[in-house]
Write a protein that binds this ligand. Structure first.
Ligand SMILES: *Cc1c(COP(=O)(O)O)cnc(C)c1O
Length: 416
């Protein structure tokens, strides 16, 4: 695509183009941050109104039964399951990704401890999203059973980090900063060959790339619904456990919603069978209900088509940056190999923070991550090829005119 007209022509041929009208995007905004907070589905407003005024306002406590509130974590899990490539009754939507990491890590460590107590190492990578590393550190400190964290980095490749002392490998499928993606099947097989269980954080993968957790041999997975799944700010996360592990251990956040009979009000804990034992307590129903609006749009799209368009848009973005912003010190840190790329593109610039503030002031919303990284999320459900063209033109203009070089753009906000 050499011109904006070429992009418009590609948009007219795009089988996903009609889905854009199902999102409420503000006028004058080019939204390339759906990898961080997805856009608002149009249906969400009416659904929120229904939950608040009908289900809560009129139904009151009866709605736990009559509006299906009690079953919502499992019903939404079943709806999400096809996007993860797993059976419907192996997923729940509940709690935050960080909390769910705690639950599945505890389960994986306990399963390993019962079979191979000499395995006391958890492997992750230095470049992982910080909450993953922090939750592992917290678990190690809490357990005080001699566990340690080993981090993969430039000096320690994954193959060398794995070994007969490793209990669990915990990785993000798509890296939040670079957009690099692991081969899930190959990495899971490598870990299993070394006797480790594998947990995948799918925060930047679910809804963005086709997933086949079961076929790829994953053991556990967690992820956000507020990024590519458009569930709303802070919407509850999801958690999947492979069938063979589900009843092997009960996770330690064993609140009453994970009990076999929550309303028996027993004084003794007995875990539910299956994935329900990964719940904890009462769910934030208003927020949880919004997740369905995002899923309903995602399920209308063929995931192979979503992937094809995501790669085409990111190829176009990379090519246009290369040809039209060549005079500027931008470094692509996202792999160009399709198999190794998620659905966002990241560029380094020495003044990355200020550049992003200037772009946002011009209506192009991406985001900034340390160090010096500009992230641009390419979401096929509500962006097209002409949007990519326009985004790169704004970037080029901001760089050519040094519009970023102003005190207001150099001052850091609390959330970057
Ligand atoms: C966004 C993200 C999270 C977020 O976790 P929360 O508990 O929802 O704050 C976790 N892991 C990864 C890899 C992420 O990208």
């Amino acid at each position: 695509m050499k011109t904006r007209d070429d992009c418009l022509a590609a948009d007219r041929q795009d089988p996903l183009a009609h889905l854009k009208s199902q999102f409420a995007l503000p006028q004058g905004v080019l939204y390339l941050d759906g990898n961080s907070l997805g856009a608002q589905p149009v249906a969400a407003l009416a659904r929120a109104q229904e939950v608040v005024s009908q289900e809560w306002g009129q139904g009151l406590i009866r709605s736990w039964n009559t509006a299906g509130w009690f079953d919502l974590p499992a019903r939404l899990g079943a709806k999400l399951a096809p996007l993860l490539g797993v059976p419907g009754d192996d997923v729940v939507v509940t709690d935050s990704t960080s909390l769910n990491l705690f639950k599945v890590l505890a389960a994986a460590l306990r399963i390993q401890d019962s079979q191979a107590p000499e395995r006391r190492v958890i492997v992750s990578e230095r470049d992982n999203f910080p909450t993953v590393l922090y939750m592992i550190e917290g678990m190690i400190d809490f357990l005080k059973q001699g566990y340690s964290l080993r981090l993969v980095d430039e000096s320690l490749p994954l193959q060398e980090a794995l070994g007969d002392d490793v209990a669990v490998l915990l990785l993000s499928h798509v890296n939040y900063r670079s957009g690099a993606m692991y081969d899930m099947a190959a990495v899971s097989a490598m870990a299993h060959a070394q006797g480790a269980l594998v947990i995948w954080d799918l925060a930047h993968a679910a809804g963005a790339v086709p997933l086949a957790l079961q076929a790829d041999g994953a053991d556990f997975a967690v992820g956000c619904t507020y990024k590519y799944l458009n569930g709303g700010p802070g919407s509850p996360a999801f958690l999947w456990v492979a069938g063979q592990h589900q009843n092997a251990f009960w996770q330690p956040l064993s609140g009453w919603w994970s009990h076999a009979q929550p309303f028996a009000m027993s004084d003794r804990y007995a875990p539910a069978q299956g994935i329900r034992r990964y719940l904890c307590g009462t769910q934030p129903i208003t927020s949880l209900a919004m997740v369905e609006c995002g899923l309903d749009v995602a399920l209308q799209a063929d995931m192979a088509e979503v992937r094809r368009k995501s790669l085409a848009m990111s190829d176009l973005f990379i090519e246009l940056v290369r040809t039209r912003c060549a005079a500027h010190p931008l470094t692509l840190i996202t792999p160009e190999d399709h198999a190794a790329r998620g659905s966002h593109v990241s560029l380094r610039h020495p003044q990355g923070y200020a550049v992003m503030q200037a772009l946002i002031a011009r209506g192009l919303i991406g985001d900034y991550r340390e160090p010096e990284v500009l992230r641009f999320g390419l979401t096929p459900l509500y962006l097209g090829y002409a949007d990519v063209w326009d985004a790169v033109e704004i970037l080029r203009d901001v760089l050519d005119t040094r519009a970023w070089d102003r005190p207001a753009f150099l001052a850091r906000a609390q959330v970057t």
